[in-house]
Write a protein that binds this ligand. Structure first.
Ligand code: ATP
Length: 315
């Protein structure tokens, strides 16, 4: 297994008409979850991935499991809970540009994940364990589950990758800051966005923010800077890695997960950090050009074509 990840995936319903959702008769639906997005992104690039989670014993849980399995991700560690429902959320389009999200995830099956759901042997077989700051925000049980997964990884020389993925609605600012720092300190690689870095350390330059994470303990910090690309601070390398130009951003959500998949794909193959980040920038850019979180994730040929095309245009 190249990468194992754990977290909650929900079904997202988007109202087709604009205005208050109480009037919406029709919805489109798809699945949404940062960690499963990363697993799917890596699988599409040809890597072996596994996703650990808990789903409700309901039709939405079945749908999520089938979808993720269909993308080639190992779901053997997913459990079903008879007493809790799969998390759902709704996107209300008040106007073309004004969105409102409504979550039905409190006490969801995934929020009941527990450390006893984890199989140390399974985690020990991976090269990387990917965790995010969303899971520990779901419940105290989930927080302990993430810490235990990280402990199993470290015990077995599996590298820990942490994406803070701040979700302000899920917890208090103080608690968020403290847990995001704790997990950054435990990780080998941290992938914060600039906003998250400023949330933890206060407003500053990318160089200073990346160094602040590095001083907590991880060997590699990769700070995401939106269309500008990313800033790397590691034991061996330091500096900006420029982003790729995008003709038209259709949907920026999911770029961070695509970026993580691209970077990890490079690191699995042992290319140097800046080259891996360049791959991350390319996947992030491609994802912004399609609607949805996983729809735009490229297969390997497309990714190579995109990178080569940009290189040629640069000449
Ligand atoms: P998300 O919205 O998914 O949470 P994020 O805040 O974690 O994203 P971003 O910095 O927005 O992370 O995007 C991740 C990466 O995707 C960037 O580092 C960059 O490589 C690429 N990217 C994002 N937006 C653009 C863009 N407009 N043009 C080109 N590349 C982009």
């Amino acid at each position: 297994m190249d990468v194992i990840t754990l977290g909650e995936t929900m079904v997202l319903f988007t109202a087709k008409s604009s205005g208050l959702m109480r009037y919406a008769g029709d919805f489109s639906s798809k699945i949404a979850g940062a960690e499963s997005n990363v697993a799917i992104g890596l699988s599409r690039l040809g890597h072996q991935t596994g996703w650990i989670s808990r789903l409700g014993s309901d039709e939405f849980g079945e749908r999520i499991q089938s979808f993720i399995r269909g993308e080639g991700v190992d779901v053997s560690q997913v459990t079903f809970d008879d007493t809790a429902a799969t998390g759902l959320y709704f996107k209300e389009k008040l106007t073309a540009s004004e969105l409102r999200l409504k979550y039905y995830r409190r006490d969801s099956a995934a929020s009941r994940m527990s450390a006893s759901d984890l199989d140390e042997d399974y985690i020990s077989r991976a090269q990387f364990l990917h965790v995010t700051g969303i899971t520990p925000a779901l419940s105290e049980h989930c927080y302990e589950t993430v810490l235990t997964a990280v402990e199993y990884a470290k015990k077995n020389n599996v590298k820990v990758v942490f994406d803070p993925n701040l979700r302000r609605k899920l917890w208090s600012e103080d608690r968020a800051r403290s847990v995001l720092r704790e997990l950054s300190a435990l990780a080998d690689i941290v992938l914060p966005g600039i906003d998250e870095a400023e949330f933890i350390f206060g407003k500053s330059t990318p160089e200073t923010l990346a160094k602040s994470f590095f001083d907590l303990g991880p060997a590699t910090v990769i700070l995401k800077l939106g269309k500008k690309g990313a800033y790397v601070f590691s034991e061996e390398e330091e500096g900006f890695v420029e982003g790729f130009p995008v003709e038209q951003v259709v949907d920026p959500v999911g770029a961070g997960d695509g970026f993580a998949a691209g970077c990890l794909s490079g690191l699995i193959e042992g290319i140097n950090v800046k080259e891996a980040v360049r791959r991350g920038n390319a996947v992030g850019a491609i994802v912004t050009m399609a609607d949805g979180d996983v729809e735009g994730l490229p297969e390997r040929d497309r990714l190579i074509g995109f990178i080569n095309k940009t290189d040629k245009e640069d000449v």
